[in-house]
Design a protein around this ligand. Sequence first.
Ligand SMILES: [Zn+2]
Length: 132
Amino acid sequence: MEAKYVCSYCDQTLNVGKDIVLVAKNDVGEKGLIMLHAELGNYTSKFSPGFSLIEGDLINFSCPICKHKLTNRKNEKLANFIHIDENEKKFDIVISAIYGEKCTYKIEEHEVIETFGDHWARYQNPDWFLLF
Ligand SMILES: [Zn+2]
């Protein structure tokens, strides 16, 4: 099976090849599409034309299929979705919702098993990941 990312609410696939496609809303309420690189720790992103984000913007991510907010229930500065790897193993993925903040957490059974990005230490201790 091919690795994929799915929405925690509707279970639909969020990636097209190497891009995770999400709906994003920036600080001034503008909406657009954002494509995040599917490789964890790769912070390259693309936007739909006319949509922009500036460093420090709190992005409001939502699922393009069911429209559910992907904001972490304990911390609005984080967002989450699910990764299913090629062996059909399921992980929770938590990313920063602050544009320019590089931190990603891979969680298995309520435990952070891998971190990515220069800013991973910013959300080290809180118990946000216990909520899944
Ligand atoms: Zn969804």
